[in-house]
Design a protein around this ligand. Structure first.
Ligand code: ZN
Length: 292
């Protein structure tokens, strides 16, 4: 399963209130946030310092679409807005909160979060973090060999970037009868396929992780080709059925190809344990102190 996506899923700052508690357009909270975010509560007479806030602008080139995006660092007002989702446990709604954060940070007029490749979105999120809080990320790691904990520091600027070379579908053959056409997922594909209802409150964390994995892989499927012909525009429930019914061996092949299609920052970090000198690879946890 894609680690970058799991990372997003766990982002600390995304644990915000329940969607319907915060987002009704007529709620006082919504009104309050809107005022704060848009700056409508600024003094009527323009003060001298106004020209000097919100002037920090940065650009980056996305490794998938190759588009240049202009953005500003996250402000305290935006963090305050995110805090309203503090207790939100639904992964899908957490992702929507992130969409809002990214969209409110990007200055480019033609930017549409739904049209972004999911790995471009992740790339951009890390760029925004770097310009907001700096390049250095500190986090706790646990050695898989001796279980001792230590503090790890990573400079996000030193990570490698994997570019997307070819954005066309990839075709995976499962045995000699089935060909699966995989697409480079965009945010809109996830929104169409992965609904909040998939993650019910009654599910355990393990069940949620399983569901996330199945939904993520199903979302990557564009077409399925068999001797009967090609199925296109396959409903999500049928793609989920396909994922759950194919043999485990085929699933591994599919999973590997979907992983290979990822790009952007390489979040794997080589670590040597201070206590037992064991070498291991740790996924950089974007969730710990990411913006806060
Ligand atoms: Zn160790």
């Amino acid at each position: 399963m894609s680690h970058s996506l799991t990372v997003i899923m766990k982002l600390n700052l995304l644990k915000l209130v329940e969607h319907n508690k915060i987002y009704p357009k007529d709620s006082i909270v919504y009104f309050y946030i809107k005022k704060n975010v848009k700056g409508e509560n600024m003094s009527e007479n323009k003060l001298k310092f106004y020209d000097f806030v919100n002037v920090y602008e940065f650009t980056c080139e996305l490794p998938g679409s190759k588009k240049t995006v202009q953005f500003k660092p996250v402000t305290t007002a935006q963090i305050k807005r995110l805090l309203t989702y503090e207790n939100e446990t639904n992964y899908v709604i957490q992702e929507q909160a992130l969409d809002d954060l990214i969209s409110s940070t990007v200055l480019s007029d033609d930017f549409d979060i739904n049209e972004q490749y999911i790995y471009d979105r992740m790339f951009l999120l890390i760029e925004i973090r770097k310009k907001t809080k700096g390049e250095v990320l500190e986090f706790q790691i646990t050695c898989p060999e001796c279980n001792s904990q230590s503090l790890n520091r990573v400079n996000l600027d030193n990570l490698e970037i994997k570019q997307l070379e070819d954005n066309s579908n990839r075709i995976v053959e499962l045995g000699d009868k089935i060909k699966v056409h995989l697409r480079h997922m965009k945010r809109k594909h996830q929104k169409e396929d992965i609904k909040p209802q998939l993650f019910s409150k009654r599910m355990t964390d393990t069940q949620q992780a399983y569901m996330f994995q199945v939904a993520f892989h199903a979302c990557a499927i564009d077409k399925i080709e068999t001797p009967n012909g090609i199925d296109e525009n396959i409903p999500m429930k049928d793609r989920v059925f396909f994922i759950e019914q194919i043999p485990m061996g085929y699933m591994e092949v599919l999973k590997e190809e979907i992983d290979n299609m990822s790009f952007g920052w390489k979040l794997q970090n080589k670590v040597k344990c201070n206590h037992c000198s064991f070498n291991f690879v740790e996924e950089i946890p974007i969730q710990q102190n990411f913006f806060s």
